[in-house]
Write a protein that binds this ligand. Structure first.
Ligand code: ZN
Length: 280
C-alpha cells in the first residue's frame, strides 16, 4: 500500500488545477477540525464511482451484484423506496451526488454500506433478515445519511490520508481502490464510524423517513429485532456501525419529538415479502 507516499508528491499537480484548494489547505493546517473535508463534492462522486466499479468488476472478491435486467421487480421495489427517501427536503446533495443503489447477493451478511458521493450497497442477507419495508427504509436512510452528511468521505480521509486519496482521484492507484472497496465491503473495523456520526445517521434516517409513508423509526425496528434475538454483536454491521442496540430509544425519541408516524405502511400488491421472495 502507498499510504505513506509523500503528500508533496501529489499535491502540486492537484493544486495546479484547483488554486483555491491551496488556500484551503493553509487554513486547514492551522485550524484542523475533524469536520474539514479536502474533497469537493465532485471528488466524492468520483471516488465513489471508482469504488463502485471495483466492486462490480470483482464479484469473486466482494460478492455478486444482482443485475437490474435479471431482477427488475426487486430493483423496482428498492428504487421506489430509495427515491422516496431521496425526495426528502432535508437532503443536501440530491443533485450533486450519484445516488445509485445495488444489491449484493450474500446470504447471511446482515449489512449495507455507503461510499462517498452516494453509492449504496445492500446485502441480500440484510433484506432477508428484516421483517418489513420500514425497517429496510430506516437502514437505507441511515446509509444515505452517511453519504449525504459526508461521513463516508471523512471516514476514508481519516483512515487513508489525503495524499493517498488524491492519488486515486488522479488515476494513480488501482491497488488502493481495491483496498478501499474490500474494507467497505468486508465491514472492516478500521472504517468504523464514531458514535457521534452513528447517532447523526440515525437522526437523519428519522428525518428523511418523516416525509415518506414508511414508519419514521424504521431503523429502530431493525435494532430492536437484533436486541430481542440477542444478536447485538454478531453481524458485520457492527464492525462499521457501532452500538446499534444502544440506540433503539434515541431513535424512538427522535420520532416522538417529530410526531411522525411509526406505523408500518400498508403496501400495494407487491410487498416486502414479495421483494424477499424475488431475491436469489
Ligand atoms: Zn452507520
Amino acid at each position: 500500500m502507498n499510504k505513506t507516499k509523500s503528500l508533496m508528491k501529489f499535491l502540486p499537480a492537484y493544486l495546479h488545477k484547483r488554486p483555491w484548494l491551496f488556500a484551503f489547505l493553509l487554513i486547514l493546517t492551522t485550524c484542523q477540525e475533524g469536520s474539514s473535508l479536502l474533497f469537493g463534492l465532485q471528488d466524492q462522486v468520483q471516488l465513489g464511482q471508482q469504488t463502485r466499479d471495483e466492486i462490480l468488476n470483482n464479484p469473486g472478491e466482494y460478492g455478486t451484484t444482482l443485475s437490474r435486467t435479471e431482477y427488475p421487480e426487486a430493483y423496482a421495489y428498492l428504487d421506489e423506496m430509495f427515491n422516496e427517501i431521496l425526495a426528502s427536503p432535508e437532503l443536501r446533495y440530491r443533485d450533486e451526488f450519484a445516488w445509485e443503489i445495488y444489491l449484493i447477493d450474500q446470504e447471511g451478511t446482515v449489512n449495507a454500506f455507503a461510499t462517498p458521493g452516494g453509492y449504496i450497497f445492500v446485502y441480500t442477507g440484510l433484506v432477508q433478515y428484516l421483517d418489513n419495508a420500514s425497517q429496510l427504509a430506516g437502514v437505507l436512510g441511515h446509509e444515505v445519511a452517511h453519504s449525504d452528511r459526508e461521513h463516508s468521505a471523512r471516514n476514508l480521509e481519516r483512515q487513508y490520508g489525503v495524499a493517498f486519496l488524491l492519488d486515486l482521484l488522479l488515476g494513480g492507484g488501482e491497488g488502493g481502490l481495491a483496498e478501499i472497496a474490500s474494507q467497505l465491503a468486508l465491514g472492516s473495523t478500521s472504517l468504523s464510524f464514531s458514535r457521534d456520526v452513528e447517532r447523526e445517521a440515525d437522526e437523519f434516517s428519522v428525518i428523511y423517513l418523516n416525509s415518506t409513508d414508511y414508519a419514521c423509526n424504521g431503523a429502530a425496528g431493525f435494532f430492536q429485532k437484533l436486541r430481542d434475538q440477542g444478536q447485538c454483536n454478531s453481524f458485520t454491521w457492527f464492525s462499521t456501525h457501532p452500538d446499534p442496540c444502544e440506540r433503539v430509544e434515541s431513535i424512538n425519541e427522535e420520532a416522538n419529538q417529530r410526531s411522525c408516524t411509526s406505523s408500518n405502511l400498508d403496501e400495494g400488491a407487491y410487498d416486502y415479502n414479495d421483494f424477499k421472495a424475488d431475491l436469489p
